[in-house]
Design a protein around this ligand. Structure first.
Ligand SMILES: Nc1ncnc2c1ncn2[C@@H]1O[C@H](COP(=O)(O)OP(=O)(O)OP(=O)(O)O)[C@@H](O)[C@H]1O
Ligand SMILES: O=P(O)(O)OC[C@H]1O[C@](O)(CO)[C@@H](O)[C@@H]1O
Length: 771
């Protein structure tokens, strides 16, 4: 694909000619996050000097006209970020696929002066958009010929410019790594799975859970990994004949290994190799008949998956893309429609026909039975996890894929052990945490234990972090023991902020020798990295330390070099955003400014992204010190806004934004400026931000990075050249950062990277926050 990944995700806003109108519509199945996209399109258009129009009820609204095309002001899209569904309404509209339907849509759009469209919908909706664009000149000619449109009006709108944003929970479209709504749907599914596990465990029952995704197994596969399922059936990995026996054997082995709760996920589009539909009811009946015991229960999650509050990601990502899409159509270039998507957290723009061709190629490959092609086309994460899922789900003795017999590809990002040589000595890998607890740490340990078990390796858990390592508190972690660690918040092994001291290295060498440790994996923050660096520096003096030391980034602050995102940051972000939503509701009856202090340490990631996701008016970050001048400007802007009728103003302040202008000081300044016009309240969110249940994203990231760490251990031991490094993902690719380079990667005088990708988003957040 020729997507252009924009290294600076901020497309310049081009000032349009006077009277330029941008229409925005949502179409197909609704998805959480569509509202954030609409808000960004509207506000970016207005900020650039254009006019924004809503086309209500999707393509049906364009076809019907009749008052469904209406102008939108800045404030019309206030207070929509936290709402699920789409405030514009959506529909599936078969009529739009007819010539008459297209012509009616063109007539109503031109009639409203709209010749630029941002369409938020699934692949069907976007196909429709491209068709309308291609047919536009012909449709206008037909309308002129029929006397339904004047020739000068047609001449004033010679072409339609279209940018598509993929809004669908299915994550089934090319041109973007994530579709708007898929992350939230995973939240819904994982919440349901976490709830089902407790009742399943109580009765030692098996649950068969059907999840959505018409033709695409993305939700099912990711939910299986993030939700700790025991087996999964998805259309892209159809099981071979006799899969029923294999499934029963697998679940029997899991039960024998000590699991009380068993979960099988079935994608709604699951099929076997002959293309025959596999239903959740069929799987439920099979397991009730063959597993005995308490039998099985079937739960179809249905439309619950599509509803409810959007996750933090489904607010900031569509905001970024909505902004970029508006910029695309404001540019006065006649060109094919584009899909504005996201890749590695950066904006990626792909010609729509190309994205559609790619989706068609997946469908054709699936029809041909070429499932490997279909899996790869679904994206990196899908490709890698579809072959790795069995390693994570099934006890080592019952390994064997439910799919088409292909095993893990062993690529770097996939991670996981490379195929074990017959004479390979089983390895012993110690894992410990260092730093503040980060949700997802347990999921990383679980992935290590289970992936290592496939090659016969043992993972030794170190209790009590660095002091525990010094005291030799290591024990093997069992395959079944870590089963529900995927969802467990906090750090089961314990995490503390101690960094290993040089004088302790000799003692640690003794411990590692006693326990015959071949490699150390540290899952944690800067303390983990620095401990790794101390171990490496001491390796020359202590042969037992001449082993691979690999760090996995886990810190809610998201301040670690060599990783766009560290484990735990997404969970903390969601906790903050939920708190901000609640504060907004609490203040809805008053005229009030909230000053909210977040954690985040040296990095502004949490306050900035939470502010963007919750629609905060201002965010104060440690990277950009607060000054009295800025406070005066903001107080004046706030006062003007309240005087104009605004009822709320939200300021998010990172805990280290300024040593002088503390949350209390800022609150008092604003309070003094507000007089009788508004009042001000301060809220310090504190450690609730560390205590969330890991989000699906953090569980998946933890799984990917833990497997990548193991792959690196395997590589180093295989090649006999050991070193210490950190694994991370940067712009969607795996990166290994030598720990020796750690300090050089940090900004001068601060424990955060020199470059932080998310800082590009600040301008977008500011542009859509206030007029
Ligand atoms: N090939 C097409 N040509 C023109 N219009 C289309 C086409 N396919 C779909 N549409 C229009 O887009 C609407 C939505 O399409 P569809 O039902 O496939 O949902 P979708 O956009 O793929 O969303 P989701 O992924 O949520 O199902 C259709 O009802 C129709 O109006
Ligand atoms: O809401 P409807 O029209 O029943 O459609 C359900 C379908 O829409 C989706 O939610 C989104 O495409 C699918 O996962 C599901 O199969």
């Amino acid at each position: 694909m020729n997507a252009q990944v924009d290294p600076l995700p901020l497309a310049p806003v081009v000032a349009p000619a006077p009277g330029v109108r941008v229409g925005v519509l949502t179409s197909g199945g609704d998805s959480p996050g569509m509202n954030a996209a609409v808000r960004a399109v509207v506000r970016t258009t207005i900020a650039a000097g254009g006019e924004a129009y809503a086309v209500h009820e999707g393509w049906a609204g364009a076809v019907a006209g009749a008052g469904l095309l209406r102008p939108l002001d800045w404030d019309d899209v206030s207070g929509v970020l936290h709402r699920g569904g789409t405030v514009l309404g959506t529909a599936r509209c078969p009529e739009f696929q007819t010539r008459d339907g297209l012509r009616a849509a063109a007539r109503h759009l031109v009639g409203a002066g709209i010749d630029r469209l941002v369409v938020v919908g699934g692949d069907g909706s976007l196909r429709g958009a491209e068709e309308l664009r291609q047919e536009w000149p012909g449709l206008l000619q037909e309308l002129v010929a029929a006397g339904e449109l004047s020739a000068p009006t047609a001449a004033a709108h010679p072409r339609l410019l279209v940018a598509g944003l993929v809004g669908s929970i299915d994550n089934d479209m090319a041109g973007t790594e994530m579709t708007i709504g898929a992350d939230t749907a995973l939240h819904r599914i994982c919440d349901a799975l976490d709830a089902l596990r407790s009742t399943a465990a109580s009765h030692q029952r098996t649950f068969v859970v059907e999840v959505m995704g018409r033709h695409c197994g993305y939700l099912a596969l990711m939910a299986a990994v993030a939700g700790g399922a025991d087996a999964v059936l998805v259309p892209e990995v159809p099981p071979a004949e006799g899969w029923q026996d294999l499934l029963v054997r697998r679940l029997t082995a899991s039960r024998a290994a000590g699991l009380r709760d068993l979960i099988v996920i079935v994608a709604e589009g699951a099929v076997d190799r002959q293309g025959r539909r596999i239903t959740s009811a069929e799987v439920g009946a099979l397991l009730t008949e063959r597993l005995g015991g308490e039998g099985s229960r079937v739960t179809i999650l249905g439309h619950v998956q599509r509803g409810g509050r959007p996750s933090a990601y489904d607010r900031w990502m569509p905001t970024l893309l909505g902004h970029a899409a508006a910029c695309e159509v404001l540019r006065d270039e006649d060109r094919p429609s584009v899909v504005v998507g996201v890749r590695g957290n950066r904006v990626a723009v792909t010609p729509l026909p190309e994205a559609v061709a790619d989706v068609n190629a997946v469908r054709d490959a699936t029809r041909r039975g070429d499932f490997a092609v279909a899996r790869v086309a679904r994206g990196r994460s899908f490709g890698s996890l579809s072959t790795a899922v069995d390693e994570l789900c099934a006890p080592p003795e019952s390994q064997g894929t439910l799919g088409d017999g292909e095993t893990s590809s062993g690529s770097a990002v996939v991670g996981g052990p490379t195929a074990a040589a017959p004479d390979r000595r089983p390895r012993r890998i110690a894992v410990l945490h260092a730093g503040g607890p980060a949700p997802g740490m347990n999921a990383a340990v679980r992935a290590l234990v289970r992936t290592a078990a496939v090659a016969g390796d043992t993972v030794l858990g170190v209790s009590g972090a660095v002091p525990g390592l010094v005291e030799g508190r290591l024990r093997p972690l069992g395959w079944a023991e870590v089963d529900d660690w995927v969802e467990a918040p906090g750090a089961e092994l314990g995490s503390r902020r101690d960094v290993l001291e040089e004088v302790q290295a000799a003692r640690v060498a003794d411990v590692l020798r006693e326990h015959r440790v071949d490699a150390v994996v540290l899952v944690g923050g800067m303390e983990a990295y620095r401990t790794g660096a101390v171990l490496q520096a001491a390796a020359g003096r202590h042969p037992a330390l001449e082993i691979p030391v690999v760090c996995v980034p886990a810190a809610i602050d998201n301040h670690l070099p060599g990783a766009d995102l560290s484990i735990g940051a997404d969970t903390a972000l969601n906790v903050v955003v939920e708190a901000l939503d609640r504060l907004r509701v609490s203040g809805s009856a008053t005229r009030r400014c909230f000053v909210v202090e977040t954690l985040g340490g040296p990095s502004g990631y949490l306050p900035m992204m939470a502010g963007m996701a919750a629609g905060a008016e201002r965010a104060y970050l440690p990277e950009d010190p607060v000054t009295v001048h800025r406070l005066a400007e903001d107080a004046a802007a706030m006062t003007r806004a309240f005087a104009d009728g605004r009822r709320q103003w939200l300021v998010v302040r990172g805990e280290h934004a300024s040593a002088d202008y503390t949350t209390e000081v800022i609150t008092r300044i604003f309070e003094a400026e507000g007089g009788d016009l508004f009042d001000v309240r301060a809220t310090v969110l504190g450690h609730v931000q560390q205590g969330g249940t890991p989000t699906p994203f953090d569980r998946l990231l933890a799984t990917r990075l833990a497997r990548a760490a193991l792959a690196e251990v395997d590589r180093q031991l295989g090649e006999g050249a050991v070193s210490s490094c950190a694994v991370g993902e940067v712009a969607g690719s795996l990166r290994l950062t030598p720990l020796a380079r750690l300090e050089a990667e940090l900004a001068p005088g601060a424990d955060r990277p020199r470059e932080q990708w998310w800082r590009q988003l600040e301008k977008v957040a500011a542009r859509v926050a206030t007029p």
